[in-house]
Design a protein around this ligand. Sequence first.
Ligand code: BGC
Length: 738
Amino acid sequence: MNAPTAKILVNDERPSVRARALLAEMTLAEKIGQMSQVEATYGYPPEYLGDRLRAGEVGSVINNVDINVVNELQRIAVEEGRLGIPLLVGRDVIHGFRTIMPIPLGQAATWNPEVVREGARVAALEASRCGVNWTFAPMIDISRDPRWGRVAESFGESVLLTNLLGTAMIEGFQGEDLGEPGSIAATAKHFAGYGAVESGRDYATTNIPDTKLRNVYFRPFEAAVDAGVSTVMTSFSDLNGVPATGNSYILEDVLRGEWGFDGFVISDWDSIRQLRIHGLTENDEESAYEAANAGVDMEMAGDAYSNHLQSLVEEGRIGLETIDRAVLSILTLKFSLGLFENPYTNPDAFPGYGSERALAAARAAALQSVVLLKNDHSVLPLRSSELESLAVIGPLADARYEQLGTWIFDGDEELSVTPLRAMQDMVGGEVELRYVRAMQNSRSCVNPEFDAAAGVAAECDAVLLFLGEESILSGEAHSRADIGLPGDQVELVRRVRAAGKPVIAIILAGRPLTLSDVVDEVDAILYAWHPGTMGGPAIADLLFGVESPSGKLPATFPRLVGQIPIYYSQKNGGKPPSKDNVVHIDDIDAFAPQTSLGMSAFHLDTCFTPLFPFGHGLSYTDFEYSNVRVSSEAIRVGDTVTVSADLSNRGDREAEEVVQLYTRDLVGSITRPVKELKGFRRIRLAPGETRTVRFDLHTDDLRFYGRDGKHRVEPGRFHAWIAGSCDAEMRTEFRIVE
Ligand code: BGC
């Protein structure tokens, strides 16, 4: 293919200057073309899109990863279009491309920005081979409802964790320089509040007060803007009565006005035309009007813009400056990506799929993402020298596709190494592994294989039960009302348990599941999320103690669905529950007077605590925290206090711990959460080693939007904890004075 000729020449190299010069040459129709992203999934797209590309009616294509097709689409746009403007080629690269990392929620359990950054980098390199130059990730919607299927795509419930991991993912995709080969533009999505959909039903409505939007849901997006994210995607959901795609408050006032975002905003899939279905507009023309005036610059996969923007501008309902601003930022991104110089992709210029680097990244991420929820009598790690046989039971022990999780359009299951396969490689020579799948998939019912499984369990030294959810049960539009183990898995656990052998559950899932039915039936639980391509070797390493588990929960695990929303940073309320003021339904005396039941904020039929708290995760060693202290008992606004603790490894093996800092602002102009995560660090300690872990806390880190709507710290008393989960006990205190 010939190198394209630059059709517009300017001396200044800056992308925005070049974009402005090009904009000056464009007709209104060509400008509107840049604001349209079209689907290129089916058939041979150069055939049905060719004329539109030549006419300058398309700014971006989505969902084609055939490099020959993509190069041909670019060729038509660049060599046959009047102005030779290359295409943005978009694709959901959510947690890997061919090589799949753990689902983002699993990556969040690593609490390790480095792991997330490297995962995004290798995904960007793989996607670049296909000419993809733009991804729709990270999803940084704070998610506090595990019923919501898209919790899998999130970094969980914490603002700080989402801020830092979202930023790391953006850095991994975009690299040091967007123009470098292998860098792709990232998208912060879905703005805003999508994670708060009512009852966790995907696409449902959200009602979020402004202080909560600002103190919680907006925060990761502001961090993404600070990190230089190229684009922002609107949410499908209705936010306080105005669907996000038509919401000028969030897109104009906050995103651009307050945060100075100068990239561009893309709608979600056809979400402009959905403004009519929401009941905000009467027809597509009005939807185009609302979206464009609200600040949506590009329409994904719809035709409201291509059909109606021209007449709306000609009628004066949409200003030309609105169009020009949108197109300028779209063209600026194309120049920044170097597409005018290099519109074509030579796949051989990039590492092959499933490269050593990619598999190592996937394995490291999976290893650090697995959370040891319980480990009675130190049943784990297994010692292969002490075992003759192991029962390996369950539908997810050897399921190459299912371990990859949701949103893996391009994931290659052939690269997957399953836990069964990895264990065969690791210990198959010494230990007899007896595998019974028992269920066709995670939703299957009791069948004769249950008895076979129980029989094998009885004949083996221990049982590894691979339970959980298949990929299809989480992700977009895959919300669940009952988030227990699906099918008859609980019955399978009971039958296997009855064999009397140690039972270790390894759970693969796209969300926190409610595990109350099985938690006491098993000796240990390793929670592996959907761990991706290299989930098997990572799980085998952990089961057999090559490494100690070090993942920590990025989301609270409820006991029952009825506890949702339950998250660590809840408010105290005026009648907080405690061990002394709650009663269980089974303990209520006949004719008990109304006021005898505790009078606090709890459910009668379950505990007021979750099954596993945010930040929880055990290790094979014993970590001990001591001496939590502050550098100063009182600091001034603008100063820094150092909170530190000593961490000791009291066990007999080297291991990593994620040390967590929490604070509580005791009194505020609006009530403050009982705990907020303010810092974390992964520390590796040898047996017997003690290290002091320090966190510098600036008073800016304690700012929040208060009753006056200002973002500032309010002087007063603060508690601080350093611990291995939010269930922290050792506390210190400091004051902030004016
Ligand atoms: C999802 C987005 C995604 C887009 C493109 C939509 O249905 O909500 O997150 O980026 O599709 O695939």
